[in-house]
Design a protein around this ligand. Structure first.
Ligand code: AP5
Ligand code: MG
Ligand code: ZN
Length: 213
């Protein structure tokens, strides 16, 4: 299964992609996570990406397309993937089409998670993440079993630098300008499905799994 999760920042792409990947044995490909890893490593790519990420802007297409192309070539991706946070611009969507043709893979579905803006802001400003395994939590909506500690690996949870309210608003604006037009792009392909992203993590997961069946 080759799948794309689309939706605004905070819609629950990462949360749902992680569950799907585990249950359906898919590669979870998150460009946000890959870029944060590069920042943590202090690589040239990380240094470049960081300037954009801290401002809530998109990292240039050529950078993101390059790392995604490489990731899609790995054997685990061939067995099935869920793309989380890519594509995010029309140029990225066109490149993805080209890459998949080259790799002889075909998208089965693009799922758009719909969540109203007020809820997105609540989700993002209350989010805490594990810097080690990238699992994401919420102080109120999706808390870890013990306060401030990752359920999966026991690491201390942190707040992402770009989850401050001012940066969150900037990311939402960037989403409307640059990413939302992809809904139109994909609806023309006939592969786009929209699901309601409101409700518990579990409820949204059930909607997603029903759709995949
Ligand atoms: P990225 O990491 O992709 O951030 P984003 O799109 O802004 O999305 P988020 O990770 O914030 O949201 P999500 O939908 O994954 O939500 P989550 O599941 O965590 O990108 C970061 C930056 O990297 C970008 O700003 C850009 O600079 C750069 N970048 C990345 N990809 C790029 C690309 N393709 N091109 C260019 N630049 C790129 O959930 C959010 C919160 O809600 C959590 O606290 C979670 O616990 C909670 N939650 C989840 N589901 C529910 C629910 N059902 N009910 C209540 N709470 C919930
Ligand atoms: Mg995410
Ligand atoms: Zn962890």
């Amino acid at each position: 299964m080759y799948l794309v999760l689309l939706g605004p920042p905070g819609a629950g792409k990462g949360t749902q992609a992680a569950i799907l990947a585990r249950k359906q044995k898919l590669a979870h490909i998150s460009t946000g996570d890959m870029l944060r890893d590069a920042v943590k490593d202090g690589s040239d790519l990380g240094l470049k990406a960081r300037q954009y990420m801290d401002r809530g802007e998109l990292v240039p297409d050529d950078v993101v397309v390059g790392i995604t192309r490489e990731r899609l070539q790995a054997p685990d991706a061939r067995r099935g993937f869920v793309l989380d946070g890519f594509p995010r611009t029309a140029a990225q969507a066109e490149k993805l089409d080209e890459i998949l043709v080259d790799l002889d893979m075909q998208l089965q579905m693009i799922v758009n998670l719909e969540v109203p803006e007020r809820e997105l802001i609540r989700r993002l400003t209350g989010r805490r993440v594990c810097p080690k395994c990238a699992k994401s939590y919420h102080l109120v909506f999706n808390p870890p079993r013990s306060l401030g500690i990752c359920d999966e690996c026991g690491n201390d949870l942190v707040q992402r630098d770009d989850d401050k309210e001012s940066t969150v608003r900037q990311r939402l604006e960037v989403y409307h300008k640059q990413t939302e037009p992809l809904v139109q792009y994909y609806s023309e392909s006939g592969l786009l499905f929209t699901i309601d992203g409101i409700g518990s993590v579990q409820q949204v997961n059930e909607r997603l799994e029903d759709l995949l069946e």
